[in-house]
Write a protein that binds this ligand. Structure first.
Ligand code: PEP
Ligand code: MN
Length: 462
């Protein structure tokens, strides 16, 4: 072997080589206004990183993405319910087996309770394996008179408040890819390898209701217990119940990364963003003629759009026309995040307009982002009661209009952190001093997440 610089022994397929190089329109976003993007410090590093990302294997398979679209279509019709949860911002450091398993476990626990309450399948989806890019309200952060670039998520820069760490380093996109790959690998192992067995998940939930603070949820847990025993006596196939489908999702914010992971599917000939099954557009980047909406309009993945309290019915209709022109079931999810104080007043007009247009989107509530406050001791937090109140408002509005409240999107963790106030086993602000870990928004901890599932299950069962 002398020819180390010779041509490779095989050439890459055009799909793999290009990351969908010349597919019409896929690069149109580059000509449009775009917000919330980094200013990479080194052009060579940027080009090398994008080149490498474009030839790395896809993280998800287009066939799985198509299955998810069908599942979401069922949810839009009221035949399934979406549970989407995870960190506000994943970090490279926290991508450990313990933390990933705790989060998956909590989502599975919530899903069992919701499945029982809703008496329908629950689609399980993590804000996981790729939730590394964050929009920020300011480009800079000042501490003790020192101003540095704001933290934009581990895919762009580091959280440490030093000039080195806060520089925008494109090589981080590769680390985000590899961290997503190992996270997804573990999720797939957990959800296919026996960890997700319905009976163990139910046992974990018993631990939750044994805490005296959660006594009021005992009867629901007992009903689930009885249902499982009944299934057992009927000879249900518990082998089959050892495996669950689990989908990955994140905000498609960093378009250099999303574009580099977009591939043409050999079965269908269409582009898929293979960084995740489901991608959403954030509240700050949903301008109709801007880059994010344009790029996501061109990939086949099911997509979501966050809708804040300023959204009008016409905004929603224009988004539908652009993102779901064929009115394809399962294609478009609206994730409303209006705030507990706004939802009952603002949501009806938007839903009514969409319904009258004949479009069938999936409506999901994000009861977190409209309810962020600062605690008296200076932490970004949310009150558990406000979060629950927005969920209740969401159900009330949809029940009032005869439309379908189809899912729940939450920032949560499986760990015993203290970031949101309240809950039956209450967190107070003093606990933030020791147990506040989030690098971005406050998450429901393990117990608060389960409590939310029991409360929502109660509402669904009505
Ligand atoms: C988020 O989901 O973390 C987020 C930033 O949400 P939004 O775009 O709704 O503000
Ligand atoms: Mn957030």
């Amino acid at each position: 072997m002398t020819e180390l610089s010779a041509k490779p022994a095989f050439s890459l397929s055009s799909t793999a080589q290009s990351g969908a190089a010349n597919y019409p329109g896929l690069d149109h976003w580059r000509d449009l206004p775009i917000s919330q993007q980094p200013s990479w410090q080194d052009r060579d590093v940027f080009e090398a990183s994008v080149k490498e990302l474009s030839v790395l294997p896809p993280l998800v398979f287009a066939g799985e993405v198509d299955v998810l679209r069908e599942r979401l279509a069922a949810a839009a019709q009221g035949k399934a319910f979406l549970l989407q949860g995870g960190d506000c911002a994943e970090t490279f450091e926290a991508a450990t087996a313990d933390k990933i398993s705790a989060r998956v476990k909590t989502i599975l626990q919530m899903a069992v309770v919701l499945t029982y309450g809703a008496a329908m399948p629950v689609i399980k989806m993590g804000r996981m394996a790729g939730q590394f890019a964050k929009p920020r309200s300011s480009n800079d952060e000042t501490r003790d008179g020192v101003t540095l670039p704001a933290y934009r998520g581990d895919i762009v820069n580091g959280y440490d408040f030093t000039p080195e760490s806060r520089g925008h380093d494109a090589a981080r996109m590769l680390r985000a890819y590899h961290t997503s790959a190992s996270t997804l690998n573990l999720i797939r192992a957990f959800t296919q390898g026996g960890f997700a067995d319905l009976r163990s998940v139910h046992q974990w939930n018993k631990g939750f209701t044994e805490n005296p603070a959660h006594a009021r949820y005992e009867s629901l847990a007992r009903d689930i217990d009885r249902a499982i025993k009944f299934m057992d006596s009927c000879g249900a196939d518990f082998e089959a119940l050892k495996r669950v489908e689990f989908f990955a999702s994140h905000e498609a914010l960093l378009l250099d990364y999303e574009r580099a992971l977009t591939r043409i599917d050999s079965r269908t000939g269409f582009p898929y963003d293979t960084s995740a099954h489901f991608l959403w557009i954030g509240e700050r980047t949903r301008e109709l003629d801007h880059a994010h909406v344009d790029f996501l309009s061109r990939v086949r993945n099911p997509i979501g759009v966050k809708l804040g309290p300023s959204t009008t019915g016409d905004d929603a209709l224009r988004l539908i026309d652009k993102l779901d022109p064929d009115r394809e079931p399962g294609r478009l999810t609206f994730i409303t995040r209006m705030g507990a104080g706004n939802i009952r007043e603002k949501l009806p007009a938007v839903v009514e307009k969409v319904t009258a247009s004949g479009a069938q989107v999936l409506w999901v509530t994000d009861p977190m982002h409209g309810n962020t406050v600062t605690s008296p001791n200076g932490y970004k937090t949310r009150n558990f009661d406000d979060v629950i109140d927005e969920v209740r408002g969401f159900f009330e509005v949809h029940h009032g209009l005869g439309t379908v409240p189809g899912g729940l999107h939450v920032e949560m963790t499986g760990d015993d952190v203290a970031e949101c106030l309240g809950g039956a086993d209450p967190i107070d602000q003093d606990a933030f001093l020791d147990r506040y870990e989030s690098v971005c928004d406050p998450r429901l901890n393990h117990m608060q997440s389960l409590e939310m599932a029991f409360l929502v299950a109660g509402a669904l069962a009505k």
